[in-house]
Write a protein that binds this ligand. Structure first.
Ligand code: AMP
Length: 139
């Protein structure tokens, strides 16, 4: 399957769709998932048009992972959780719904279950507050 630049993350990268951004550098962007599985659910994407991990340039993948590490640490601090789950889906059969490579950062605590994947839209005011908390944790 060829990369389709009509996907929602490509639109966010072009500024054609809104996002609650938490971090950006030359290679990658991090923003809040609008249908979070847990409060603080954050996504990290490369700026390069890449549909999944198998199509990624290894150098760009490395740059993106540096952002995953940096933002993951900030999410852990901002949400004061003992664990961060990092998830990444490749292909429809694996549950991928947006075909631009992305990493899910999910704050985890014992006894707090994850909500269903990509089901319920969050309150935008809350997402804005969460993004601000993560940005502050990186400062
Ligand atoms: P996946 O199923 O791994 O492809 O995950 C796609 C993720 O993107 C899901 O968790 C969705 O909730 C999330 N998502 C879809 N549209 C948007 C959007 N406009 N802004 C932020 N996150 C989104």
């Amino acid at each position: 399957m060829a990369y389709d630049d009509g996907n929602i993350f490509a639109k966010i990268l072009r500024g054609e769709a809104p996002a609650f951004k938490v971090f950006e550098d030359d290679y990658s962007l991090a923003f809040m998932d609008v249908m979070p599985q847990v409060p603080g659910h954050t996504l990290v994407i490369p700026k390069d048009p890449t549909e999944d991990i198998f199509h990624a340039n290894p150098v760009i993948l490395g740059q993106t992972m540096a952002t995953v590490q940096k933002v993951g640490e900030a999410v852990k601090k901002a949400f004061d959780v003992p664990g961060i789950m990092i998830a990444q889906l490749n292909g429809q059969a694996a549950g991928q719904t947006v075909f631009h490579l992305h990493f899910h950062l999910l704050p985890r605590s014992q006894g707090i279950e994850l909500q269903m994947h990509a089901r319920e839209m969050a309150d935008f005011g809350e997402l804005e507050t969460h993004a601000a908390r993560i940005k502050a944790a990186m400062a």
